[in-house]
Design a protein. Structure first.
Length: 121
């Protein structure tokens, strides 16, 4: 997969696939339609196959594009999963013997410094 396949491009691909229309997808994403079209076309040129088949009747996902759309949906779902699973109250996010790099606090840890956890010492 291309290094250019960033989260924003994945969101663009899913929006176009779901709406079957670049204009409606651009509106959903709060983008200008020409900008969205160009970014998708640039990606298609880089990966050397079309994701979408464009015609007067609308936009269809190509057979190869179905793989990219599925990948995009799964990646975005996986990325959003930890955020939606986060509890509403502050709770411990690491084992009791670990320590946080941000403030060297001890349990219960806060969400403020998640991602900066050291292994138990």
């Amino acid at each position: 997969m291309s290094d250019s396949l960033e989260f924003r491009l994945l969101k663009y691909i899913v929006a176009v696939a779901e709406t079957s229309n670049f204009t409606r997808a651009a509106e959903r994403l709060f983008l200008a339609q020409p900008s969205l079209s160009k970014q998708i076309r640039d990606l298609e040129e880089e990966i050397r196959f079309p994701i979408f088949d464009r015609s007067r009747e609308g936009v269809r996902v190509t057979l190869a594009g179905e793989m990219i759309v599925a990948y995009a949906k799964e990646t975005l779902r996986s990325r959003d999963e930890p955020v939606s699973a986060r509890p509403s109250r502050l709770t411990c996010v690491v084992p009791m013997k670990a320590r946080c790099l941000g403030c060297w606090c001890r349990p219960p840890f806060c969400w403020q410094h998640h991602g900066q956890i050291l292994p138990p010492s």
